[in-house]
Design a protein. Structure first.
Length: 292
């Protein structure tokens, strides 16, 4: 019995335990592991690769989720070539820092943008006429796959190439996007989000959603609720709150402003949109369309 007990202890003693290591970018070539260090000041050790279950942080002077302390200044990283991670890796943008992607960030387990951090999505997938995919956006499905602080900013400046049936944006679970701006001009068709676009913690701005003013960013098709914690601004493009049959309940904590664009409450007589705004609703050269 004593020998058996010792064997059990020995068996448990050799089971490896793996913890994620945090690495900070030092401002050099992003895709080189020698540019990432365990200390913020560019000392310590480097990762063996990006295909490991570790946490990679672009430093900023603001909020952090997985970092220790704060950055000395706000860093800006440009992704200019395909950057592949492990499905268990985390890429984090601290407050005040920025990532601009003109190439794809692939197979990432978690994507975190802290308060006042910024992500610019400037990459389209595939050749001409491609419709893209929701997975073109960094991160994974689920509550921890894509996480945005309330005052973070995501600017979608490119999406889906020139296809006529562009893919929907990824589903972001509660508490939702931070500040979100849509300003993409390539798709030859409208994006249909269905009932999956439900929360923007900050401001929601629609500037361009396709290659002509006839392209729409469509919500609905069935009953849904959208909460916007800041203001709703349509300064170009076409936003439809209820496409088809159903009731949209849209609550805006700030103002609603339409200029040089169209805000359509409903696409037909079967569409119902109940919209409330704590602030004011104004239209200058834009259009409010009440079809429902």
């Amino acid at each position: 019995m004593k020998k058996l007990f010792l064997l059990i202890i020995a068996a448990f003693a050799i089971i490896p335990t793996t913890f994620a290591t945090v690495y900070y970018w030092n401002g050099a070539t992003f895709s080189n592991t020698s540019s990432w260090w365990t200390a913020r000041n560019g000392t310590g050790s480097n990762p063996s690769g990006f295909n490991t279950a570790n946490i990679f942080i672009v430093q900023g002077t603001g909020a952090t989720t997985n970092g220790v302390g704060t950055g000395i200044f706000n860093m800006s990283l440009n992704v200019t070539a395909t950057w592949t991670f492990a499905a268990t890796s985390t890429l984090e943008i601290e407050g005040g820092a920025t990532i601009t992607a003109t190439a794809q960030i692939v197979t990432l387990g978690a994507f975190v943008v802290n308060n006042t951090g910024t992500y610019n999505h400037n990459w389209t997938s595939g050749a001409a006429l491609s419709n893209g995919a929701s997975t073109d956006f960094p991160g994974a499905l689920g509550a921890t796959g894509r996480v945005f602080g309330a005052t973070s900013t995501v600017n979608i400046n490119a999406w889906a190439n020139t296809g006529t049936s562009p893919a929907a944006l990824p589903v972001i679970t509660a508490p939702g996007w931070g500040n979100l701006t849509l300003n993409y001009t390539l798709p030859g068709g409208s994006i249909n989000m269905g009932t999956t676009f439900t929360a923007v913690q900050g401001n929601f701005i629609v500037t361009a959603v396709g290659n002509s003013t006839a392209r729409e960013f469509r919500l609905g098709g069935a009953n849904y609720t959208l909460a916007i914690g800041g203001s709703l601004t349509v300064n170009g493009g076409f936003l439809t709150l209820m496409q088809g049959t159903g009731t949209a309940t849209v609550n805006v904590a700030g103002d609603i402003t339409v200029s040089s664009g169209t805000l359509e409450y409903g696409s037909s007589s079967a569409s119902i949109a109940n919209v409330t705004a704590a602030g004011t609703a104004t239209s200058t050269t834009g259009t409010f369309t009440l079809s429902g």
